[in-house]
Design a binder for this molecule. Sequence first.
Ligand code: BES
Ligand code: ZN
Length: 799
Amino acid sequence: MIPARQESMPDADTDVGIPSFDGEHYQSQIQPAPTLSVRSDWSAQVLGKKQTPCQDNLQRKPHMCNHHNHAAACSAEQTQDYRLPTEVVPSRYKLRLTPGLKVTDDDSEEIYKFTGHQKVNVDILESTDRIVVNAKNLDIHEAYVLSKGSKRRFNGTVVLDDKNELAIVTFDRKLAAGKWTFCCRFTGTHNTKLKGFYLSVWEDNLGGKHQIFTTQFESTDARQAFPCWDEPAFKAEFDVQLVVPQKLVALSNGRDVKTESLGNGWKIVTYQRTPKMSTYLVAFCVGEFESSEPVFTNGKELRIWSIPGKNHLKSFAIKCAKFGVEFYEDFFGRPYFGGDKIDMIAIPDFASGAMENTGLITYRDTALLVDEDKASYGEKARVAEVVLHELDHQWNGNEVTMDWWDGLGLNESFATIMAYVAMNSMFPEWHIYNEFGLDRAQAFALDSLKTTHPVFAPINHPSEIAQRFDAITYEKGGSLLFQCIQFIGYETFRHGLRIYMNRHALANTRVTDLWDALEEACKLEGKNIPVRSFMDAWMNTAGHPIVSVEEISGKPGAIRLSQSQFLFLGDDAATAPLWPVPVHIRYKSANGTIKEDKFLFCDLEHEVDLGENFDWLVVNASGPGFYRVAYGASLLSKLTGNISETLEVIERFNLVNDSWAAVRARLMSATDYLDLVKTFSNENDPNVWAIIGSSLRALYGLTEGAARKVFKEAIIRQLVGPVFNQLGWQPQPGESVHTLQLRGQLANLLGTIGSDEAVREKARDLFEQWKADRASVDPNVVPALIAILAHTGNRTRFD
Ligand code: BES
Ligand code: ZN
């Protein structure tokens, strides 16, 4: 699915179904029973390779590194000025904030300020005369330390280093190593930039304006709300108090344990102490909020909050949340760590899709609120994905946290794939792993540019952190974990995660800790798989390979594989790296049995002798490998001769996606591509169609005049028309979500770039019908109606 944090990708608003995977997937899936010849042990082959990438590319210090993909990053100037010294370590913040104080500034503009007061228990590990914390856009009025038992007080002098977002508090004497309390008073301004402690304004039906004061701290904006050690490795407990008007709802990470009236229309709310956690996960939300009825699960109270009047849009997300908490508690073998409540709240102005603050998960409206009965599949799938993604973070990220932002993939790659694992369990009928193909396609697309980067690479400056929330971290990292799951087996993967979670709970990790835990699980299960070097090779290398497969003439049953880096503009890829490619071949032998072969391919070239002739053969069977495949002409025509027999959904998806990428890389002609696509005349999967559709749109954009007319008639309408006509406009009882989606997608293609007059006319009728009675048209086709009307519209219609 396409996350809100980025906009590019095919116009595919799709979905669909891989068989649920497990460790035995390779062995058990094929009909009739396969004779499985596992050519060799995966592990020996990984270990045997010299191409192990730079292992220490995550180090903070500059270092020498020969791996060509790292060269740019490694040689970049590295400045550590923005990093906090480590001799003073916080353990508990006692923080009181008073948000929403209206003041008038010099230009008579109304602005909102907050004041704060905090006392932080710190351990001074080495005697020092300064305490350095992060602070940004804060006025710190007073800073001092108290010795143990508050017997002595020393005042500090605050100097702000705006460039590095630091407040340096110096004392006129050395503070001895030991326990101290660091205290300060400060003031800040609520901004409207959706970061830090910001102001969100919404309008009611009568035009009345209402304020919400809410937070978004990831990655480095807690420092805009209170002076703090704003790096993920400085975990601490938080005792939060909010001082707010009596009539407002005020939420934070923990449950409110005490509310005291101040008598003047204001109240102080005290929240349950949080577990040890990083500052970027702290959250506050203050405003006029309403919640649905709570749902209870395993001792936790789950609620969904929003501005008033939206309780009818909460049933679907609450089901997903309940499922998610139960699923992850079981999956990771650990109860939710954050306390006894989880609030989820829709914020009208929100920068990304959602944010996993411990116990107070914030969302943009559309990622949480949905009318269960009237929504399209796509809208519901988005809510399920986001909710399950953020809930996964409560374990991956919140309880066990990367120790620096270069390990962001530990959070985001993980949550990407775990959301799918959980969705697959909650909605098996969605066949969601087929839809994951679209995520992978998005990763492939970005990773095919020269400017791509490894999933794990150094962060040289905080300004680089935001760039890492991209399709490489999310979708490529998630795809590589999916490849890993298939490689080591689902149960082993889970076993390893349990080791990892239990070993590092409430602490911080480097990515190697995860690979080591997975490798340990493999060992415990008698599998000799060097997970660490395998994963490092993929995660620390920019780009991905294309594996070319050719028959060897004069040797029936033998094929030659070769690998090289795939780039859209690949002329100067002189020193391409080699990847340990998990190859899974499925083929139909001449006597009609389906067989498999599985091996790790680490060289430039490799010959495979199947020992018998075959009818057809598919490489990257079941599709989890993060590589593209280019079949030689004879192999391709064997596959496309009877696509519905030879290829599973995800394999068809990969074939089309790889071929369309090959066109863009000038490895295949557009004519050959269109010939290939024509063999998909019986295709009924919306994900496969998403790729076909986006390629048709791209090609359409390249045509004009007479050529465009031919393209519309002879290609688009000929290809799409028959499939759409079989479906018709009217959904049939019991249709799968895939068929419902497909109808909208195909109508969209025909009515826009296909210029199909009949479809356009029907779209206009249905749109009028929908305006009169929303329930009269299937929600899955409404986006197509709007697309078609917009495509053929004018100013009046737009208005
Ligand atoms: N941790 C992120 C939110 C975030 C994104 C913070 C960018 C700072 C910068 C959150 O877990 C997330 O990944 N949200 C996604 C939704 C998800 C389903 C892909 C988003 O916001 O798009
Ligand atoms: Zn995330």
